[in-house]
Design a protein around this ligand. Structure first.
Ligand code: THU
Length: 134
C-alpha cells in the first residue's frame, strides 16, 4: 500500500518532544502507520530502576495494540543524535510479533529530509516467531 513517508517522518520527529528521559537525556520518537491510515505516536519512557524503560517503538506498538489495532504498514523512528536511528533488538522482536517481515517498512530517521527505509525482515534474520511454536 502507498503511503506518505515524509509525513510519517515528521510525526516521528514530533513524537520525540514527549520523551521522558531524565536518565539518558536521549529522546526518541516513533510514528506507527496502521492499515486504516491512522498514525500512532510513541516516545521512550525511562524509569529510575532503569530496566522498566520502554523504547519509543514499543510505546507506539503497545498503544496501538491496546486500542484494538493489529494491521501495520510502517514505523518511522527518530533519535536525538542526528544519526539514522535503528530500533533496538527488543523492539525488532516486538515489531515482528505484529508486522510482516517481508512487507513492513522500518524508517530510520536522521532528519526531516534524511531517512532510510528497510524491510523489518532484514533487521531480524533467522528470527524466532509464533511460527516456531506450532
Ligand atoms: N531507545 C529507544 O527508545 N528506541 C531504540 O530503538 C533505542 C533506544 C531509548 C531507550 C532509552 O530511553 C534511550 O533510548 C537510551 O538508550
Amino acid at each position: 500500500m502507498e503511503y506518505n513517508i515524509p509525513d510519517l517522518v515528521k510525526k516521528a520527529l514530533e513524537a520525540k518532544q514527549y520523551a521522558y528521559v531524565p536518565y539518558s537525556g536521549f529522546a526518541v520518537g516513533a510514528a506507527l502507520l496502521c492499515m486504516d491510515g491512522e498514525v500512532v505516536m510513541g516516545c521512550n519512557i525511562e524509569n529510575a530502576a532503569y530496566s522498566p524503560t520502554n523504547c519509543a517503538e514499543r510505546t507506539a506498538v503497545f498503544k496501538a495494540v491496546s486500542e484494538g489495532r493489529r494491521g501495520f504498514l510502517a514505523i518511522a523512528v527518530a533519535g536525538d543524535n542526528n544519526k539514522y536511528l535503528a530500533p533496538c533488538g527488543v523492539c525488532r522482536q516486538v515489531l515482528l510479533e505484529f508486522c510482516s517481515p517481508d512487507e513492513f517498512d522500518v524508517i530510520f530517521v536522521k532528519s526531516e529530509t534524511e531517512y532510510k527505509v528497510v524491510k523489518l525482515g532484514s533487521l531480524l534474520p533467522f528470527a524466532f516467531s509464533s511460527a516456531d511454536l506450532q
